[in-house]
Design a protein around this ligand. Structure first.
Ligand code: GAR
Length: 201
C-alpha cells in the first residue's frame, strides 16, 4: 500500500480526482492518509471529511515565524510518515527541510507545460492569464518531482491541451483540469504505487 499525504490550498478538485480513483478501484494500492491545507476555509478540507479522510489546517498565519510554521508542517508530516507527498494545488512555498527529508517523494501538479508559465508568481489562474496573453495555442499540465526550486524538479508526466479562440482564463483552467490535471496526477501516484509494489521506493 502506498500511503500518501495530500497538501491543498483551495477547491480541491485534484484531491477529488485522487479520491475518486482510490474509491472506484483505479488506484487500488493507494491510501490517502491525510489532507493538510494552509487555508482553513479550503473546500478541499470538506471533500476530505466527506470521505472520512483525516484533514487539518496548518497555516503560516497561525505561527509567529515562518520557521515555526515550517516546523509544524514537517512535524505533522513526520507523524503521518507518508510514502509520497502530493502537492495538489498547494500554493505555499514548502519548507527546505521538507524537500531534503522527503527527497524524490514529493510531487506537484502545475497547470502549464513546464518550462512555460511556471516559477515564482505563476499559480492558479495567473498561469492561464499569462498563457492567453502570450497567445499560445497549446497549453496543458505537468506533474513533476519537487526539488528546492520553484517548478524546477524532474518532469514525470505532461499532457497537452488545446487553447481555443474565445478562452477566458477560467474556461482554459477548467479544460486543463478536466483534460489533463485530473488524469495525470492520479496517473503519477499510480506510478509510485507500482514502484512501491516492486520494492523500488
Ligand atoms: C490547479 O489548477 C493546480 O494545477 C494549481 O492550482 C489549482 C488547484 O485547483 N496549482 C498551481 O498553480 C501550483 N503552482 P484544485 O484545488 O481544484 O485542485
Amino acid at each position: 500500500m502506498l500511503n500518501i499525504a495530500v497538501l491543498v490550498s483551495g477547491g480541491g478538485t485534484n484531491l477529488q480526482a485522487i479520491i475518486d480513483q482510490v474509491e472506484d478501484g483505479r488506484l487500488p494500492d493507494v491510501k490517502i492518509c491525510a489532507v493538510i491545507s494552509n487555508n482553513a476555509g479550503a473546500f478541499a478540507l470538506e471533500r476530505a471529511k466527506k470521505h472520512g479522510i483525516p484533514a487539518c489546517c496548518i497555516s503560516p498565519k497561525n505561527y509567529e515565524t515562518r520557521a515555526a510554521f515550517n516546523k509544524a508542517l514537517v512535524g505533522a508530516l513526520d507523524e503521518i510518515s507518508p510514502d509520497l507527498i502530493v502537492l495538489a494545488g498547494f500554493l505555499v512555498v514548502i519548507p527546505p527541510e521538507m524537500v531534503e527529508k522527503y527527497e524524490g517523494r514529493i510531487i506537484n501538479i502545475h497547470p502549464s507545460l513546464i518550462p512555460s508559465f511556471c516559477g515564482t508568481g505563476y499559480y492558479g489562474l495567473k498561469v492561464h492569464e499569462a498563457a492567453l496573453k502570450r497567445g499560445v495555442k497549446i497549453s496543458g499540465a505537468t506533474v513533476h518531482i519537487v526539488d528546492s526550486g520553484t517548478d524546477t524538479g524532474p518532469i514525470l508526466i505532461q499532457k497537452a491541451v488545446e487553447v481555443k479562440e474565445d478562452d477566458t482564463p477560467e474556461v482554459l483552467q477548467r479544460r486543463i483540469m478536466e483534460e489533463a490535471e485530473w488524469k495525470i496526477l492520479p496517473q503519477a501516484i499510480g506510478m509510485f504505487a507500482e514502484a512501491k509494489k516492486k520494492g523500488e521506493l
